[in-house]
Design a protein around this ligand. Structure first.
Ligand code: HEM
Length: 269
């Protein structure tokens, strides 16, 4: 009787767990679709248009035109940026913890010392870049959205020239920070999309030498695509926007005031 109860409970628990897992997996995948739409807008505004117009004031006009669509609080921004990003990161981490739990279960590890002997699930290059992107994205959003909001009550007074002004004040941190942000997200996104499309190197199904060759070919193609995306993004975002230099007059003074409030680095400005 006790055995029957256990079996029936297990039958109920297993499908629920599988359902939860597939829901989390879907959440991780589809949240990144939403975020990609925002990323496309953002790259167009902050890189492609500056690159095409070769002028920060000219490109700023387009930024002002499209900004109301994704910055309108309380609707667009939380739903197309903050929420999907949080869902993507939290669900990815939950799936990782679940893989760890399964590995421990399979190894029969119970005590703390048993658990130490079981390796954590391998961190793929794409996932490592994803974790690296978190502090960079938080830093970028803190400078361009949270700082103006905190000091002035809004970020409508901050344009593309705010980035160039900041980089001119802190060249090393500025260039290194933006280069790291663009490269990390560029590589993570292109490798991420290749996985969603079933085209990642590890998703090759052929076996043997042929499979190895196909996987290597994919690895090269995806890296070249990532490099091309990052180079174009940097050409506009860094080559035009970040190199724009200091802004003069009253706007320049308000930008100086904003950057001086940045913890630690602000004192060096
Ligand atoms: C914009 C489009 C994006 C796409 C298509 C995408 C796609 C992916 C994919 C496919 C994975 C799983 C990698 C694997 O299993 O090896 C992943 C993991 C991850 N992503 Fe993204 N991602 C995007 C944006 C971002 C951004 C902007 C961040 C951070 C700010 C981010 C943070 C992460 C993290 C932390 C993981 C690791 C989860 C884990 O495996 O523990 N992603 N992403």
């Amino acid at each position: 009787m006790a055995h029957l109860i256990t079996v029936s409970l297990e039958l109920r628990v297993v499908p629920t767990k599988l359902l939860t897992q597939s829901a989390v997996r879907r959440a991780q995948r589809y949240s990144s679709f939403v975020f990609t739409v925002y990323a496309a807008f953002h790259i167009t505004n902050t890189s492609i248009l500056p690159l095409v117009t070769r002028s920060v004031p000219e490109a700023s006009k387009y930024l002002l035109l499209t900004r109301p669509y994704y910055q309108s609080w309380p609707l667009a921004e939380p739903f197309i940026v903050i929420l999907p990003l949080a869902v993507h990161i939290v669900s990815g981490t939950l799936l990782r913890l679940d893989r760890r739990r399964l590995a421990l279960q399979r190894a029969g590890a119970e005590s703390r010392s048993d658990r130490r002997t079981v390796a954590w699930p391998k961190l793929s290059g794409t996932s490592a870049l994803g974790y690296l992107a978190i502090p960079l994205v938080i830093g970028h959003a803190s400078l361009t959205r949270i700082l103006p909001w905190w000091v002035e009550g809004g970020s409508s007074g901050v344009g593309l020239d705010f980035v160039g002004h900041g980089v001119a004040l802190q060249r090393v941190f500025g260039y290194a920070g933006y280069a790291a942000l663009v490269a990390t997200i560029g590589w993570h996104t292109i490798f991420g999309w290749s996985k969603w499309l079933g085209l990642a190197p590890e998703q090759v199904t052929n076996l043997g030498r042929e499979g190895k060759l196909a996987s290597r070919r994919r690895w090269w193609v995806i890296n070249c695509l990532s490099a091309a995306t990052v180079v174009i993004w940097m050409a506009g975002g860094i080559g035009v926007v970040a190199r724009n230099g200091k802004v003069g007059g009253w706007i320049g003074k308000t930008y100086d005031e904003l950057y001086s409030r940045v913890p630690i680095l602000g004192r060096l400005v």
